[in-house]
Design a protein around this ligand. Structure first.
Ligand SMILES: Nc1ncnc2c1ncn2[C@@H]1O[C@H](COP(=O)(O)OP(=O)(O)O)[C@@H](O)[C@H]1O
Ligand SMILES: CC(C)(COP(=O)(O)O)[C@@H](O)C(=O)NCCC(=O)O
Ligand SMILES: [K+]
Length: 266
């Protein structure tokens, strides 16, 4: 008689990590594939990444796979890897390439494109295709910096803008002038005090750059693009945009799940 078959069902949990210039965001999923159930998530400012193993990660079920993107430099990356020694999982970090997950990279030097931008674009493109036919896409990520990416109907990344985020704009104005040390104001069409003038100036600088990119895409592709916005400060920008932007919680996690599904065959 043949021996009874022993079927071991092991959950292949997946940890996604996005390390920006301000905060590390992480999310644990039930499996490395799009649509997998979210088991836990959190965020830490970069000054606090050394606390993860004793803090947010201490009680987690051990991830079996990990994939991340980091734009905050090698020192931070090493500190995150040290925290991951809590588990027996190898750290894998995405590097922007010429082609991945249905996207082609139009950057002069594809590897020099911020991996967070590349991964967010992959997430956005998959989200677009999941909901309807292919069309051009503008992806705005509002973090420490703001990036505005253009992707054509065929999935070619045409190029993108980098501008300072709200915080950097305000700090630059504060440090370069004598009279601009004021509290945060409101976004107004016609600001009548310094606080509102600064806050509105920063917000509309971003909104204006985005609108300009949308016009470039319409002209180049001959079609209205789908517009998506993500990033920690996306919710602040969304109400001030000149047109509708779908606000997506974290396109980087969506992109990491997509890449992971292709890399880690379950
Ligand atoms: N809890 C928060 N505390 C402070 N700033 C926040 C918070 N949530 C969002 N922000 C805003 O979002 C920006 C950081 O967003 P995030 O997506 O984490 O950036 P990055 O990916 O560059 O680290 C900050 O510049 C800040 O304006
Ligand atoms: C543009 C960025 C600073 C954005 O960083 P973030 O705001 O997400 O912290 C980052 O994607 C980066 O360092 N990019 C490398 C240069 C490039 O993309 O051309
Ligand atoms: K980011």
């Amino acid at each position: 008689m043949p021996p009874a078959k022993l079927v071991i069902i092991r959950r292949m949990t997946f940890l996604a990590i996005d390390v920006g210039n301000t905060r590390l965001k992480w999310a644990l999923y039930e499996a490395p594939r799009p649509g997998a159930a979210l088991l836990a998530q959190g965020a830490e400012f970069l000054d606090h990444v050394d606390r993860l193993a004793e803090g947010g990660w201490a009680q987690l079920p051990a991830p079996t796979r990990m994939l991340g993107c980091v734009v905050a430099g090698d020192a931070i990356k090493r500190r995150v890897e040290e925290q991951m020694e809590l588990w027996d999982v190898s750290a894998q970090w995405v590097v922007s390439s010429a082609q991945e997950a249905g996207l082609t990279n139009g950057y002069d030097h594809p590897a020099r494109l911020g991996c967070d931008r590349w991964v967010a674009m992959i997430g956005a493109r998959q989200r677009l295709l999941a909901h309807g036919p292919a069309r051009p896409l503008v992806v705005v990520m509002v973090g420490t910096a703001v990036t505005v990416e253009a992707i054509d109907t065929e999935g070619r990344f045409l190029g993108g803008l980098i501008l300072p985020g709200h915080g950097i704009m305000l700090r630059a104005l504060e440090s370069g002038t004598a009279g601009l040390h004021v509290p945060t104001g409101e976004v107004r069409p016609f600001p009548t005090n310094t606080s509102d003038a600064l806050t509105s100036g920063g917000t509309y600088a971003i909104a204006g750059a985005v609108e300009r990119m949308v016009q470039h895409v319409i002209q180049h592709c001959g079609a209205e693009p789908a517009c998506m916005m993500t990033g920690g400060a996306g919710w602040k920008m969304a109400p001030s945009m000149g047109r509708h932007f779908e606000l997506v919680d974290n396109l980087i996690f969506d992109g990491l799940l997509e890449i992971a599904a292709r890399r880690f065959v379950v």
